[in-house]
Design a protein around this ligand. Structure first.
Ligand SMILES: C[S@@+](CC[C@H](N)C(=O)[O-])C[C@H]1O[C@@H](n2cnc3c(N)ncnc32)[C@H](O)[C@@H]1O
Length: 216
């Protein structure tokens, strides 16, 4: 979903290169150098305003996190939160997830989060869904061999599509939740902005956790 353009967002991003990278290909294979400690790198593709990735970074100081977002305004809003929190294990990329293999080297990423990705309900737009096979192929290139892909959504159609897409790609499911907030997993769940909005309306939240089958 497109946010209304905030004219302050781009200048704020440009003033804070310590937190936001706008030319991510320059750091391919070297992301660990941007963090205080070398530790597993987790990324969220389409972080929106950053609530999830900020909270994950706060709760998991033994991991590094990168929030990737294509919209300047959303990245700017996330950056404002990070400027207040100053988490040493959090960085942002303002860029397109469709170029992820140019941003990260093979195996550089330990885990990938997709949260409430745009559903693109029209069949002719299926290629834009972040769980379409061309995106899966890119995730497979950058994720470590035991790395986990986690996906949450309120959208039943997108969830059904994604289950089939990941299965057809040959991925192995660790677990699937059809009502995350009423499951045992709920206690450890970190909510996103969209998740709070949709769950308040009483909609069930779907989640899957899956891995690429080992190449050995
Ligand atoms: C529906 S919002 C969800 C935001 C957040 N993950 C949440 O759950 O609150 C989807 C976000 O993904 C971003 N997005 C969509 N396609 C993207 C892409 N190819 N690369 C990076 N971000 C993308 C959109 O700009 C939008 O901010």
């Amino acid at each position: 979903m497109r946010l209304k353009n905030k004219p302050w967002a781009l200048p704020l991003i440009q003033e804070n290169p310590q937190y936001v990278v706008t030319e991510p290909q320059k750091f391919r294979g070297q992301w660990q150098e941007r963090f205080a400690a070398r530790q597993p790198l987790m990324i969220e593709v389409g972080m929106g305003k950053g609530r999830f990735i900020l909270e994950m970074a706060r709760q998991n100081p033994d991991k590094n996190f990168i929030g990737l977002e294509v919209q300047t305004t959303a990245t700017g809003i996330a950056l404002k939160k990070q400027l207040a929190a100053n988490l040493p294990n959090l960085q942002f990329i303002c860029g397109d997830g469709n170029e992820i293999t140019e941003m990260f080297a093979p195996g550089e990423v330990a885990g990938i989060y997709l949260n409430f990705s745009d559903p693109w309900p029209k069949k002719r737009h299926a290629k834009r869904r972040l769980t379409y096979r061309t995106f899966l192929a890119q995730y497979q290139q950058i994720i470590a061999s035991d790395g986990l892909l986690e996906f949450k959504t309120d959208n039943q159609g997108l969830f059904e599509y994604s289950l089939a897409s990941l299965n057809n790609y040959g991925m192995v499911f660790d677990q699937v939740w059809l009502d995350l907030h009423h499951s045992k997993e709920a206690a450890d769940n970190v909510m996103t902005e969209y998740e709070e909005k949709f769950s308040q309306k009483g909609q069930p939240i779907y989640k899957l956790a899956a891995r690429f089958e080992s190449k050995n």
